[in-house]
Design a binder for this molecule. Structure first.
Ligand SMILES: Cc1cc2nc3c(=O)[nH]c(=O)nc-3n(C[C@H](O)[C@H](O)[C@H](O)COP(=O)(O)O)c2cc1C
Length: 184
């Protein structure tokens, strides 16, 4: 049931991923789910760049170089992590948002729509036994140097994916009652 799937969904990180490729048809199915996200004025602002094979390594090299270049005191451990995460994933999907050229909506609505598309992918991954998580490092502001972004297109992060092994670390939430006001 969708309620169980929603509760089961977790952020599962690249160190848990195993060396098992994700079939192209599976990736296509997950992306198709993203495409059915709600979209105000039907702008369909989600854009995805699917990185597999050597392109994942290239992303890792780009991110780690950029980090070394821009951080006054870069740490070896972080350099290694920036390279490891993409290369150890089955696929990395860059999450992008295409601003409506007419600006017929506030930007937050476009971002909200992209986030809903990501949730669709995340839930599909849960059902398919694929670990995944949304990563949003500060380095995403440089992604126009790695991707050929269109005018008004912005990278909002990376969706790391991989079949995984090991236990899923439980997550927790504070009670919903603390966040809801009932008005009658
Ligand atoms: C927009 C967004 C950006 C996120 N960025 C990061 C990130 O940069 N690094 C990270 O470790 N987790 C990131 N996360 C995942 C959250 O840390 C995670 O959802 C949270 O810890 C709750 O865990 P759960 O997803 O297992 O329920 C992000 C989640 C969202 C929705």
């Amino acid at each position: 049931m969708i309620f169980d799937l929603i509760k089961e969904r977790r952020s599962i990180f690249p160190p848990q991923y195993i060396d098992k490729p994700i079939a192209k048809e599976t990736l296509e199915k997950i992306l198709e789910a993203a495409n059915w996200a709600p979209t105000h004025k039907k702008t369909e602002p989600w854009r995805f760049k699917v990185l597999t094979g050597n392109k994942k390594q290239e992303l890792g090299v780009f991110l780690s170089n950029k980090y070394e270049e821009t951080d006054p005191r870069p740490k070896q451990i972080k350099i290694k992590k920036l390279q490891f995460n993409p290369s150890n994933s089955g696929a990395v999907i860059a999450i992008c948002m295409q601003r409506d050229p007419k600006e017929s909506l506030p930007e937050w609505e476009e971002i909200a729509s992209v986030a809903m598309a990501v949730q669709n992918m995340w839930l599909c991954c849960t059902e398919l036994g694929i670990g995944s998580y949304w990563s949003s490092p500060g380095l995403i502001k440089y992604m126009d140097e790695f991707f050929d972004l269109n005018e008004g297109e912005r990278c909002l992060g990376f969706f790391y994916m991989g079949y995984f092994e090991g236990d899923v670390i439980p997550s927790a939430r504070t009670p919903i009652a603390n966040k809801v006001e009932w008005l009658d």
